[in-house]
Write a protein that binds this ligand. Structure first.
Ligand code: MG
Ligand code: MG
Length: 251
């Protein structure tokens, strides 16, 4: 069931979103060769909890043990932070963060270069971020969920990248995952109609190779089946009369 949020509820989500953005920016600055994914997680949790009433949404969600999902290189999503996981020069790392305040969640992700990366890898990251922007642009009254997926897919596939099918964006609000599903592929004018007060997480998960994925033995980490690099960018967006309102971009 899709729940529509009042302007006041959207403002509460925007407060969660601002903390989410600040958390990710703090972690982005920490990313460098030699740091562990556990270091990033610990800082994120401490920073989120330093805001009165704010909690990390992911900790304990479906039993997930940490505050951030941190996924390196061919890992797509849901990587578990670990003191054994040391970031290496030339890698890419996806940081996915959820923040809850006054019962409402915000969900956002970025993919960051570790030290110096290859120009084609940077282009891959830039394209995935551009795919997210194209999807957000379609989050307008009268459009459908398919318009978002179509826009994301068009940007990614124009560069020959793979659009992951098994994982999708989602409604977000009092629960981290609500209806509707927001796939990163689709056809214009198909799927759920976008209504005023919908709040959705738009989150392209793109690979530099094939789009097929598999699950690691930890039953959390999703990796590309062909071992190619994966990128993930995400914003929580409200559909409003004035167009898409991004709640996790720090404004
Ligand atoms: Mg997320
Ligand atoms: Mg999400």
């Amino acid at each position: 069931m899709v729940t529509l949020k009042s302007p006041r509820e959207i403002d509460t989500m925007a407060r969660a979103g601002r903390i989410n953005h600040a958390t990710l920016e703090r972690c982005r600055e920490m990313v460098k060769p030699g740091i562990t994914t556990e270091d990033l997680d610990r800082e994120a949790e401490k920073f989120i909890r330093s805001h009165k009433g704010a909690k990390p949404s992911f900790k304990g969600l479906y039993g997930f043990p940490k505050s951030l999902c941190i996924s390196v290189n061919e890992e797509v999503v849901h990587g578990i932070p670990s003191p054994k996981r040391v970031l290496r020069e030339g890698s890419i790392v996806s940081l996915d963060c959820g923040v809850c305040i006054d019962g409402f969640h915000a969900d956002s992700a970025i993919t960051v270069a570790v030290g110096k990366i290859a120009p084609e890898t940077q282009h891959f990251l830039d394209t995935t971020e551009r795919a997210l922007a194209a999807g957000i642009e379609q989050a307008r009254l009268g459009n459908h969920v398919g318009d978002i997926g179509h826009a994301v897919q068009a940007v990614a596939e124009a560069e020959g990248y793979g659009v992951i099918r098994e994982l999708v964006g989602h409604g977000v609000g009092t629960k981290m995952h609500e209806d509707p599903q927001v796939p990163n592929h689709g056809k214009p004018k198909r799927g759920e109609r976008l209504l005023e007060g919908m709040t959705i997480a738009i989150e392209p998960m793109i690979t530099i190779g094939d789009y097929k994925t598999k699950m690691l033995a930890d039953k959390w980490t999703v990796v590309t089946a062909d071992g190619s690099l994966a990128a993930h960018f995400e914003h929580t967006v409200a559909v409003t009369r004035d167009g898409p309102r991004i709640l996790t971009d720090g404004r």
